[in-house]
Design a protein around this ligand. Structure first.
Ligand code: ATP
Ligand code: MG
Length: 249
């Protein structure tokens, strides 16, 4: 049975205008991600990965194109609708963990729920559930600034999960972690993806790409491959494949 398509972009374009220069950060990007998938976005520095992430997170407007989320073109939403959508459907995990340092883990996780207006006992249940998913139940009343780097990033994942969003977006979520903590965090994202959440993350690391179901590769703002598995083989060249097909070879 085909899975539900969570996100689909069509001809997504993002130009940055810098004085007289126009930078084509995204050039007609078409991607599709299905429910429950864990997808890596990879590509050289400057290829548009963060830009794509920000647009998918509605943190930045696109120049043109369509972004369907469960079939709705969310780029057409009003600012209020977009804010509500971000709160209910999206969870973010960034490279530099942005937990409030002088608050407890519990308080950090409670914030997004206060915006979502759930009552106290519902909030408590959601917070404990999210912490359990990332193996941090024993740190619920810990100050955020006393967590280890790995624990902090897991707390950030729990915070992204607490509203049970459909989609978790991560821009280099393990960028500041050592190998061991990177493995733990990726393993946890993997488990979460298996539990019905959808995960899209930007990474530079082949190992992380390999742990994902699929790799979308960008180069110069264009998708050059979207079914990649990081198997150590040279990147396929779609243009070459097309040329060979056209020439009948
Ligand atoms: N605010 C901005 N104003 C002008 N140009 C920008 C802006 N943000 C990004 N760019 C340009 O857009 C292109 C894509 O940038 P982006 O940050 O998406 O790349 P990236 O793939 O995330 O790179 P990295 O791996 O280094 O993080 C780059 O050429 C960058 O210089
Ligand atoms: Mg980036």
């Amino acid at each position: 049975m085909p899975r539900e398509t969570i996100i689909e972009t069509r001809d997504l374009v993002k130009d940055y205008v810098d004085g007289h220069n126009v930078i084509h950060a995204l050039d007609q990007v078409d991607i599709k991600v299905e429910a429950g998938e864990m997808v890596a976005i990879m590509g050289p520095s400057g290829s548009g990965k963060s830009t794509l992430m920000y647009i998918l997170g509605l943190l930045q407007p696109a120049t043109s194109g369509i972004y369907l989320f469960k079939g709705q073109n969310v780029l057409e939403f009003s600012p209020q609708q977009q804010a509500h959508f971000r709160n209910m459907e999206l969870g973010f995990v960034f490279q530099s963990c942005d937990l409030l340092p002088n608050s407890t883990v519990y308080e950090n996780l409670e914030l997004p729920l206060i915006y979502a207006e759930s009552d106290h006992s519902t909030r408590r249940k959601k917070i404990l559930d999210a912490l359990e998913r990332v193996g941090l139940s024993h740190r619920v009343d810990h100050w955020a600034n006393r967590l280890s780097g790995g624990e902090r990033q897991r707390a950030a994942i729990a915070r992204a999960l607490v509203n049970t969003p459909s989609l978790i977006l991560g821009d280099e979520p393990t960028g500041q972690l050592d190998q061991k903590n990177t493995e733990i965090v990726i393993e946890q994202l993997r488990e979460i993806a298996g539990q019905g959440f959808t995960v899209v993350l930007v990474t530079h690391e082949g190992d992380i790409g390999q742990a994902c179901d699929r790799i979308i590769r960008l180069r110069d703002g264009r998708v050059v491959d979207e079914n990649g598995a990081d198997n150590g083989q040279p990147e396929p060249n779609p243009q070459l494949a097309l040329t060979l097909a056209e020439s009948g070879r």
